[in-house]
Design a protein around this ligand. Sequence first.
Ligand code: AMP
Length: 308
Amino acid sequence: MSAENSLLVVGSVAFDSIRTPFGVRERSLGGAALHFSVSASFFTDVSVVAVIGDDFTEDDHQVFRERKINTENLQRIPGGKTFRWAGEYGYDLNTAHTLDTQLNVFAEFNPQLSAAAQQSPYLFLANIQPGLQRLVREQVKARFVAMDTMNFWIEGAREELLQTIAVVDALLINDAEARELAQESNLIRAARKILTMGPQMIVVKRGEYGASFFTRDGFFATPAFPLESVFDPTGAGDSFAGGFMGYIARSGSTGKIDDHTLRRAVIYGSVMASFNVEEFSCDRLRRLQAEEIQDRFRQFKEFTHFEV
Ligand code: AMP
């Protein structure tokens, strides 16, 4: 892959404490930028902008090395503590209940990107303080910019969030958060309303029900991959975004990204999310092979195809 296809992501790198009906894991390697970059690294060159504390060990770093993720813009704060999130899921695995969020080193983070990072043609603002997302957005002359967010910021930093949404091409968001952001219960109307806030497209992630894609004059939807066992949904949204953006970056479009590419990107997003939820953390993606991605992509084509 050349610099023409490179993808930059800013977001959280975290230690998560996760409780699902099937098990508990403490200090699980996570964070939106980590899940995103592992997923996107199957498609293109990825660089991560984030901050960690000195509790982030050499062993933890291994995940970036394995996937050849560029960490030149991953800052370590001596004496600082890595971001921590604790969450719980009931039998409805579509809804995460946040038990605790500790920003730690993110509270003071002021990213200054390297010259190479500022030239990235593709940029993803993964979930983190919206002001921080915008600070990175302003430093990069990207061709295509997408972002994610969550209820924590919709409720706690709404004005800053609206300013960030106004300067991206695409918003990826889950259904409950789309309703909350738009203050509208009907999802179609919520999506239409968000499209007036700035982005040209929005992807609404709906957990086990799939994903819907909206532009001002178009609509596309896919079911999720029919999995019988979902183990840990943490990172599903970020690995979806990694597949979506990774595929778009690999396509390297210089003009407007065409509708066929965007639809395939939604499917690759769904493929990557389906692998991520099969095991804790990014354990499944760390063992994943390119052929497995292609195989699931083909299966998506088969089970969504019908004759008229
Ligand atoms: P998701 O893909 O939506 O399941 O994202 C899960 C990841 O988001 C976890 O690994 C968390 O570390 C991270 N996360 C949770 N809350 C926040 C937050 N407020 N800001 C940034 N990242 C978060």
